[in-house]
Design a protein around this ligand. Structure first.
Ligand code: FES
Length: 169
């Protein structure tokens, strides 16, 4: 099946996407697990994968696009090497996540859905990480970090070699 090469040399194999679809298509509610699996494999959901998914599940492309755009988690463009999620749900907001997000946006020089200039980190919002008792929380790739503050966040970024800018006082 057709393959296309991105500017960052990641090969999107539609045969692999087809394999992912074939593995799950007969399960009830197969679309979400398939989208998760595609994003896990490529870091985003390539546009070219949508017709394969739609055909495999007997859906229209618009239906698949609709689900992708409905969930904040799914990304349609390539992200950075890592993803930092800041929780914006109620418990975390009441414990200071707004200040945290202001800080990290300045540090990375991006808004939500943006990627730092060095390509290391994409910043994403998330709406509850299931760890409300220890708010505010962030997630860095697959790990959740509780009771975050600006300093701990800087340390977390530094520990992953992320270059950060100065924050306006
Ligand atoms: S509100 Fe942030 S973890 Fe639940």
């Amino acid at each position: 099946m057709t393959e296309q090469k991105s500017s960052l040399q990641t090969i999107i194999s539609l045969s692999d996407v087809q394999d992912i679809v074939d593995e799950s298509k007969n399960r009830p509610g197969a679309l979400l697990p398939i989208l998760h699996a595609v994003q896990k494999r490529y870091g985003f959901i390539p546009n070219s994968s949508v017709p394969v998914i739609a055909q495999g599940l007997n859906l229209s492309r618009a239906e698949v696009h609709g689900v992708i755009s409905f969930y904040h988690f799914f990304r349609t463009e390539r992200g950075g090497e890592h993803t930092l999620y800041v929780c914006r749900a109620e418990a975390c907001q009441s414990m200071g996540s707004r200040e945290l997000e202001r800080h990290v946006k300045e540090r990375l020089g991006v808004d939500y859905h943006g990627t730092s200039a060095d390509g290391r980190v994409t910043l994403e919002p998330v709406y509850c990480l299931g760890n409300c008792a220890c708010s505010p929380n962030v997630r860095f790739d697959d790990d959740v970090y509780a009771r975050m503050d600006n300093q701990k966040l800087d340390e977390l970024l530094a520990a992953h070699g992320v270059k950060v800018g100065e924050v306006t006082p």
